[in-house]
Design a protein around this ligand. Sequence first.
Ligand SMILES: [Mn+2]
Length: 351
Amino acid sequence: MNMKLSFRWYGKDDPISLEYISQIPGMRSIVSAVYDVKPGEVWPEESLEAMKRECDENNLVFDVVESIPVHEDIKLGRGDVDKLLEVYCENIRRCAKYGVKCVTYNFMPVFDWTRTQLDKKAPDGSTSLVMYWDQMRGLDPLKDDIHLPGWDSSYTQDEVRELITAYGEIGEEGLWANLEKFLKKVIPVAEECGVRMAIHPDDPPYPIFGLPRIITCEENLDRFLSIVDSPANSLCLCTGSLGCAASNDVVEMVRKYAKRDRIAFMHIRNIKIMEDGSFEERAHLSSCGSLDVYEIVKALCENGFDGYVRPDHGRMIWGETGKPGYGLFDRALGATYINGLFEACEKSLTK
Ligand SMILES: [Mn+2]
């Protein structure tokens, strides 16, 4: 198969072993990062070297990083941005030195993904992540001490308020300007090292608590890609993130950007959009959610996609416990389903 199947692994603290991951049919690459270093600091080479060695020992390739986090000061355009950008570039060089070909990152203010519950029980007893508007409404982080699951707990509530206010002041155009500065510095370095930078869309792709969100829709993806028109400036197209806005036609987006070779990395998962715009993470199968995963894979194959693919969040099934969204069993089922779709699509195209 042309695509490179990959699996996210959280390193030594991940309850799932590389040996287990290597037992998933067709599994090729490990997606990981150095998790014990703060944003804005240089990654120790020993950590990258150890990661590469452990993957090698399990016949897996460590060639995708998710993610090198972007320091809030880069996104806000304040503090010593030049120094932070230099550190970012150095981390890309170091990753490349140990074989990394693709680096994912995001430009989401303050919080990464937003959900209201991480263990919503479905009728079949499985659990998954959900975002329900009736649990969100009435929450105001500027007024109340709120703790949504998955939020960086290292921030105090006062720090969160200060950041939210600062992002409110720069707004969407300020965030675009800071992203442009980031790309113009980082992409030439990535090109030199043979690394493709892959931006992850905002999850969900609309404003939360008034925070600006810009990697959200086709118009904005076009704008993003035109800032630096290079394959090194590409997308991590996350079907579940873009797909939870009903206005996004994910199949068309995949077709368009795969044709232009601007998708470096695919996150494949399915979500169910509810009537009020809330969403639930579901099993990968098309019939389990709102996305047609067959059409997504077909659009990739028809446009010669040969980048990385990973089964994104899975449900917790069969009594497994662990990091919500990142269990072994359902992501392995997702991987096998993805393999099947790719085999069928690729074979039908060559006949
Ligand atoms: Mn994703």
